[in-house]
Design a protein around this ligand. Structure first.
Ligand SMILES: Cc1cc2nc3c(=O)[nH]c(=O)nc-3n(C[C@H](O)[C@H](O)[C@H](O)COP(=O)(O)OP(=O)(O)OC[C@H]3O[C@@H](n4cnc5c(N)ncnc54)[C@H](O)[C@@H]3O)c2cc1C
Length: 404
């Protein structure tokens, strides 16, 4: 029986406990039996998962209250519980859910009423599939290096350039994209737009096969003319919009990693209690107990960081840059180690293609790279920590001066 005692932690309300319980029951029936995705079936499986998530009502959680009747604007603890639970059962279910959120998050947070009305109900109903297109061949970690350009022309913007590593690339019905509008050099000269996938000039240049199959592609924009009203926020707000969206969704990447790690731990516990080694259950070997202890400790520490960040964003502060970076960094790095130990515990079975821990071993790897690689999270944490230290040092100095 998986450990669900964490839902009693003080970060959660009764509605969260109900959500975790109901979703888990739903996922056992609707997600767990689905097959593993392969390159040639992954788009179909993703569409099926989006349909199922919409029918189950779970996509209500990725759009604000007016469109879902639930939360306004987005309840991050719910998003994290959803990603953790879906990730526990089937990584592609988590992916399908997360992309509906990441691809539409900037519209929920910064879109005009018209854009919200136009896109959010369809996201919630699973009728439109969303994507978030920030990365470029020469601008991954270094977002300020974005070259895709959006040029004003009458009542339109004309988009030219390319984006790569775009999840749902080729499958999406629209893309939230970030392009250079040139108000200032670097990060301050970027803007965010919504671009429909069927617009003339938008092409899927290449599908990118990866170690754990997901719809992933390189997209090209050749003179794509979009209405000016598809701008999100103000011209020059693009970097701020990207970072605010990632602030929300980075914590949820940590939650997905937590779900993967919890599944690996549960698989390992099952194995160590049923497998006999040297005439006794494997779990009686103290070296195995040491592994299980490290895995359980890592899972709980990740959960504390993930739900601390989510609770802080829901209840205390609009921006949780430091907390979200800590949650993502710790949960993804820890999940990699926990899953690796689970593979070790399973021995030869653990590296057998399609075994749950072998799948998790491939699924977890990209989470340490996307939405800011681990090294980028460390830089964020260090900068925020230094900033807070110097702010409190300045405060001490000014209160000393004020003290006669
Ligand atoms: C499966 C997958 C899905 C993705 N989905 C999307 C998507 O939907 N939308 C989107 O826009 N992008 C997406 N990406 C792109 C992802 O965000 C980038 O791959 C990531 O930001 C890293 O950029 P890069 O690949 O260009 O690597 P680079 O920027 O070249 O970085 C390479 C490595 O350098 C190291 N590094 C980076 N910065 C520092 C630093 N400051 N100090 C020290 N070391 C550093 C890190 O180890 C990093 O992995 C996805 C990527 C993958 C793998």
């Amino acid at each position: 029986m998986p450990d669900r005692s964490y839902v009693n932690w003080p970060f959660f309300e009764d509605e969260h406990r109900d959500l975790a319980h109901d979703l888990d029951a739903w996922a056992w029936e609707n997600v767990r039996p689905l097959p593993e995705a392969h390159e040639d079936t992954v788009d179909e499986l993703c569409r099926e998962l989006v349909d199922r998530l919409a029918s189950g009502g779970w996509l209500d959680y990725v759009v604000p209250e007016r469109y879902s009747g639930r939360y306004d604007p987005l309840d991050i603890r719910s998003l994290c519980l959803l990603r953790e639970t879906l990730g526990y059962h089937h990584a592609l279910a988590d992916f399908a859910f997360a992309m509906q959120g990441l691809g539409s998050g900037a519209i929920s947070l910064f879109g005009s009423q018209k854009l919200k009305d136009q896109y959010l109900p369809a996201i919630r109903a699973g009728k439109r599939i969303a994507a978030f297109a920030l990365s470029e061949p020469e601008a991954g970690s270094d977002v300020a290096a974005i070259e895709t350009a959006a040029t004003e022309e009458g009542d339109r913007y004309v988009i030219d350039g390319s984006k790569t590593w775009i999840s749902n690339g080729g499958l999406a019905d629209f893309y939230t994209i970030f392009a250079r509008t040139g108000e200032a050099p670097g990060a301050k000269g970027l803007s965010a737009f919504v671009v429909d996938a069927d617009i003339p000039g938008l092409e899927v240049a290449e599908r990118i096969p990866v170690m754990a199959p997901h719809p992933l592609a390189k997209i090209e924009f050749n003179g794509c003319r979009i209405p000016k009203e598809n701008l999100l926020g103000e011209p020059g707000d693009g970097f701020k919009i990207a970072m605010a969206t990632l602030d929300v969704f980075r914590t949820t990447v940590g939650a997905a990693a937590l779900g993967f790690a919890r599944r690996a731990l549960d698989e390992a516990l099952e194995r160590t209690s049923s497998r006999e080694l040297f005439g006794a259950p494997m779990g009686e070997l103290q070296l195995i107990q040491g592994k299980l202890a490290d895995m359980a400790l890592g899972v709980d520490a990740s959960a504390l960081l993930v739900y601390r960040a989510a609770w802080t964003r829901d209840r205390v502060a609009d921006r949780v840059t430091r907390e979200a970076a800590m949650a993502k960094l710790h949960a993804t790095e820890t999940a990699q180690r926990v899953i690796d130990e689970a593979v070790q515990i399973f021995g030869g079975l653990g590296v057998t293609s399609g075994h749950p821990v072998e799948r998790l071993y491939r699924e977890i790897r990209a989470l340490r790279i996307y939405e800011g690689a681990s090294e980028v999270q460390k830089v964020i944490i260090a900068r925020q920590t230094m900033k807070e230290f110097s702010a409190s040092a300045n405060q001490r100095v000014s209160s000393k001066k004020a003290d006669p």
